[in-house]
Design a protein around this ligand. Sequence first.
Ligand SMILES: NC(=O)c1ccc[n+]([C@@H]2O[C@H](COP(=O)([O-])OP(=O)(O)OC[C@H]3O[C@@H](n4cnc5c(N)ncnc54)[C@H](OP(=O)(O)O)[C@@H]3O)[C@@H](O)[C@H]2O)c1
Length: 349
Amino acid sequence: MIERYELTPDYSISRLINGVWQLATDHRRQAVDRQSVVRDLSRLVEAGLTTFDCADIYLGVEELLGDLLRAYRTSGGGLSDIQIHTKFVPDRSTLGEITRQKVEAGIDRSLGRLGVERLDLVQFHWWDYDVARFVEVAGWLAELKQAGKIRLLGTTNFDTPRMHELVEAGFDLVAHQPQYSLLDRRAEGGLVDLCREQGIGLLCYGALAGGFLSARYLGRNEPKAPLANRSLTKYKLIIDEFGGWELFQDLLASLDEVAQRHDVSPSNVAVRWVLERPQVAAVILGTPTATHLTENLRVFEFSLDEEDGSRLEGTLSRALGPAGEPFGLERVADGPHASILKTELNRTG
Ligand SMILES: NC(=O)c1ccc[n+]([C@@H]2O[C@H](COP(=O)([O-])OP(=O)(O)OC[C@H]3O[C@@H](n4cnc5c(N)ncnc54)[C@H](OP(=O)(O)O)[C@@H]3O)[C@@H](O)[C@H]2O)c1
């Protein structure tokens, strides 16, 4: 049975969320056939994975999900059967001058692309804490929620002190989206506790490290740049912080051992581990197609026990990093993590 989570008493999501960054024009190498994408995404919905994660900066993706909603409506489905979470990610260079009108124009653009009158969940991202305006901008999003254009508000990639600021300012946040995986436990430094105190559900990305946390990489030599896509480039840097390829291979071997005990795949174990962490509402998996659907549904068929926990902990205890606050390394100017980020995508969107 597909596990679900109530972000509010009248809003529930599937605990596996279909992440569709992988469909963005700057993520994939080949053009996609829109109709076959809609067919694939419909299969996910029919299987019970009814929740999607996109963003205003995932180029072309809100439009594709708009196609999905139209197709679903045409076939007699109700709009509330599908939950679409988007993000509001103003370009870094505009943070100093952003106005209420520009925020509203951004939200209106997402509404138009999706073809809906109200956005289910808007997750707010802020590139640069030195431009100290994120509380002011969050206030404008809260006004748009009040006006009925947004149903629920959340955040992504904020660190613990800035989440505190938002909470202190009185915003009603129901969800926060951090990177959280066996390879990246920075959220455990304080963010998880804060979200637990405040009843904010964690929607976690990176659980498979772009596919690295799968049988495909077990026993493989360290891949060299350039890697096949942006996710792999991003998460290879996390593997380097974790302790390097050899330690990563030890982690994969531990995952494989646990997977065999439960007759599931190493990816299933990696996802289940995140799902069982405190305050985790859901895991967002990059699912550009329905290829991994049957495999992924198996995460709802088993639980990890004490023996599994100790086997994994044996490897995790040797991890060197990544250290610091969530998305902290990614904010270090000129650092390797920041150098691969695209911070001006709304201009082209
Ligand atoms: N807020 C943020 O800053 C942020 C950042 C990154 C991502 N996200 C969100 O999180 C989603 C997930 O992205 P991610 O980069 O973290 O990727 P991910 O979910 O860690 O990895 C997805 C990739 O793993 C491979 N894979 C291998 N086994 C799989 C399995 N059993 N099930 C599914 N995929 C499997 C697939 O590649 P193949 O297709 O080649 O098999 C797939 O493209 C994105 O779509 C986006 O919605 C948010």
